[in-house]
Design a protein around this ligand. Structure first.
Ligand code: SF4
Length: 357
């Protein structure tokens, strides 16, 4: 079976992982890389799936995702999105990738790559080369900065080695410079350092919501976040945009695209970078999405009451009540779920996007 579309080059308007792919697959919980800005660990902590950040370092395989079958999907699959391809996960990642690829899917493999793991993947999946793009995260070339923010991950030099290896084996390669761990000059150096080994795109993005995701109760991390905010302030991002925007391999992540929405840009004859925080930015911190679903559940009780009443008092029309309840229960759940997704979208973009800002 084959997937005739080229999902790698499809235009996407989503946010987060949806900016890159249409489906996510993970086979584990936890990641020994322990990145201080990690979105997945932040969410796991917030929803009680781990008790503290230490627990995130334990890598737990989700066997039901390993053993199940995978069918052909209409869209690009990204794997993994909430852990990494470490030695612990590798055999299961390879096994699942084989199933996904054998079904004809196209897969974006995203990683802070370990050289041995990438070698193994290249060897095991060489027959599916045309269905794979590697995207390696390299937010800086500075080993000290990398070790600070991503204490358990391979150093930049090792990641570059993996990138060069994958390319030399004939795989398509790309790089994510999101999150950038440096300012404009460091980002330009990183871009130039990786570009020669990249056949696809180099995605550049800021560190998202560092005050929410990094544990700023620790004074050293608060200082580090303040430094990142300075390095990635509006003027610096404007400068970076000016340097790299015309490069054919550049792709801006949403965190930077939002900076260039309105008005003329004197320096580049295009669109102006926004220099003031928008209402969207201010609203991004609100946790609407998490509250929506639980808050909507009480709305199901009146339906339960209708059902119970119909059984007790009105035998004649009970089948109608039953039918109504049968339809209304799932309908209200679906409505609540959709509300949650809309609100989740607002968390990413703020309500302004819904009004077409
Ligand atoms: S590699 Fe990814 S999943 Fe693992 S800790 Fe870092 S950001 Fe989180």
């Amino acid at each position: 079976m084959s997937n005739k579309n080229n999902w790698f080059s499809a235009e996407r308007t989503g946010h987060g992982t949806k900016e890159w792919a249409d489906y996510n697959i993970n086979i584990g919980k936890g990641c020994s890389h322990g990145c201080l800005y990690c979105y997945a660990s932040h969410m796991a902590l917030r929803f009680g799936r781990i008790k503290d950040r230490e627990e995130w370092l334990n890598e737990v395989i989700i066997y039901k995702n390993v053993t199940k079958g995978y069918r052909l999907r209409k869209g690009l699959i990204m794997m993994p999105t909430a852990h990494d391809v470490t030695g612990h996960y590798l055999p299961h990642v390879v096994g699942v990738l084989k199933k996904i690829l054998a079904a004809g899917n196209q897969v974006l493999i995203v990683s802070k790559p370990h050289y041995d793991c990438i070698k193994e993947i290249c060897r095991e999946l060489s027959e599916y080369k045309a269905q794979i793009v590697f995207r390696f995260t390299i937010g800086t070339l500075d080993p000290v900065v990398s070790r600070f923010w991503e204490p358990g991950a391979p150093l930049p030099e090792g990641r570059l080695e993996s990138l060069a290896y994958a390319r030399s084996q004939g795989f398509e390669t790309s790089v994510s410079m999101e999150p950038m761990l440096v300012g404009t000059d460091g980002a330009i150096r990183t871009f130039n350092g990786v570009e020669g080994h990249v056949s696809d795109k180099i995605w550049v993005g800021k560190m998202s919501l560092p005050r929410r995701r990094v544990d700023i109760s620790r004074p050293d991390l608060l200082r580090a976040v303040e430094e990142i905010e300075l390095l990635q302030g509006d003027e610096e991002i404007k400068r970076l945009y000016g340097h790299l925007n015309r490069h054919p391999k550049i792709a801006w992540k949403d965190s930077i695209k939002r900076h260039r929405k309105n008005g003329p840009d004197e320096a580049h004859g295009g669109k102006q970078m926004q220099t003031m925080p928008t209402m969207n930015d201010r609203l991004r911190g609100l946790d609407y999405a998490d509250m929506a679903l639980p808050a909507s559940l009480p709305a199901l009780f009146p339906l339960g009451w209708i059902l119970a009443t119909s059984v007790r008092h009105d035998q004649e029309y009970s089948h109608i009540y039953f039918g109504a309840a049968f339809i209304l229960f799932p309908a209200s759940y679906v409505t609540a779920y959709n509300c949650r997704n809309v609100l989740k979208h607002m968390e990413w973009e703020g309500p302004g996007m819904l009004k077409g800002e």
